[in-house]
Design a protein around this ligand. Structure first.
Ligand SMILES: Nc1ccn([C@@H]2O[C@H](COP(=O)(O)OP(=O)(O)OC[C@H](O)CO)[C@@H](O)[C@H]2O)c(=O)n1
Length: 345
């Protein structure tokens, strides 16, 4: 665990901002999984889950971001903001109100992606009409799939600073979670899952050749990959630096292989075809992870708040410079320097 004292944090933040001009900064937080319920454990019983404390940690992260100078220009909320146990306890709406009340204190816009726990609590229509739909913060909010298309996907992009772009992806576009029973995407996802996973419990990875083919994961439709390809082509032509974001990691070396998106090879080949892509940021694996791939793309998996003890933290601020991004992590999130790949890598 990396512990960063106040003075050390101030020095690092100063250093991150001083050496070559700071262009902008943004906050990142993953897997809050709030529930007003007693602490518990993950499925294998190896990690404690602090359901109530996660709301306090979210509050203190927002307080810290609000105090930063210069302030972050936006926050990325990487999904699983409330836990699936709320659905069983019929507290989904109340839990969502509690986390949104905290998020409204944030002085900058918050961009949301959707994880498996969003779909344990809500269907896609409910999510689209909720405050967890931040697509209105994107450029060209009608790009990608139409908002009222039941087979559509939730993805958008925005540019917070000239020559920088962030693309939010839907890693549950192809999934049995969140798709209407009998819909085309549900049928396709269930068929894919059953081909790869012969277990009675489709959440179980026991005996699988490809451990990630479990029900709590998902993947990308062809339409979404085509959309992503178009956005990245624009970014290449405009000489932008692009960070792609999703709940699920897309590189098996950046996470426990059980947590990676189903058809991660497909999205990796799209990312690798575009020189503009510098980073992929995800959550889902509460232990976090990092990998610099052979094309120079940084894969950053954020540690989850839910498995973070009350006396620690799990969030970060990323400082964007001309030549690199600098992650200043808090608590379980380590500091990292992410140099951009050289054009032509
Ligand atoms: N081996 C397993 C693991 C999980 N399940 C069941 O699947 C559902 C989702 O699991 P959960 O741990 O809640 O998912 P998270 O998104 O919080 O975490 C994902 C990674 O595990 C983090 O490292 C739930 O119903 C589990 O009971 C299962 O059956 N078998």
């Amino acid at each position: 665990m990396v512990r960063v004292g106040c003075e050390a944090l101030r020095r690092m933040t100063d250093r991150a901002q001083r050496s070559t001009e700071l262009l902008f900064s943004f906050g990142v937080i993953a897997d809050v999984q709030y529930a007003d319920t007693e602490d518990g454990f993950n499925y294998t019983g190896t990690r404690q889950r602090y359901y109530r404390s996660s709301l306090d940690l979210l509050r203190s992260a927002i307080r810290d971001w609000n105090r930063e100078a210069p302030p972050p220009v936006f926050v990325l909320q990487l999904g699983d903001i409330i836990d699936g146990c709320n659905s069983r306890q019929k507290t989904s709406a109340r839990a969502l109100r509690a986390v949104l009340a905290e998020l409204t204190r944030c002085r900058c816009p918050v961009h949301h992606v959707w994880g498996n726990h969003e779909f344990y609590n809500f269907d896609r229509n409910e999510l689209l009409t909720s405050a967890l739909n931040s697509k209105h913060l994107g450029e060209d909010p009608t790009s990608g799939a139409a908002a009222n298309d039941p087979e559509g996907f939730y993805s958008y992009h925005f540019s917070p600073f000239p020559k920088f772009r962030f693309v939010l992806t839907d890693t549950y576009d192809l999934s049995v979670l969140g798709r209407q029973n009998g819909s085309k995407k549900h049928q396709e996802a269930l068929q894919t899952l059953r081909e790869k996973n012969k277990n009675e419990n489709l959440n179980s990875p026991i005996g699988l050749a490809e451990q990630n083919f479990v029900e709590f994961n998902g993947g990308f439709s062809r339409e979404q990959l085509e959309w992503l390809n178009q956005v990245l082509t624009f970014s290449d032509n405009n000489q932008e630096k692009v960070t792609v974001v999703g709940h699920l990691p897309v590189h098996p070396n950046s996470t426990d292989p059980i947590c990676v998106a189903w058809n991660y090879e497909k999205i990796l080949s799209v990312l690798h075809a575009h020189q503009s892509v510098v980073c992929f940021i995800s959550g889902h694996d509460h232990d976090g992870g990092y990998f610099l791939d052979e094309h120079g793309i940084h894969h950053l998996t954020f540690e989850g708040v839910i498995e973070t003890p009350p006396n620690s933290q799990a969030f970060g601020t990323i400082y964007a410079h001309e030549d690199r991004m600098v992650l200043v992590g808090r608590g379980r999130v380590p500091n990292r320097i992410l140099h951009y790949r050289k054009t032509g890598d």
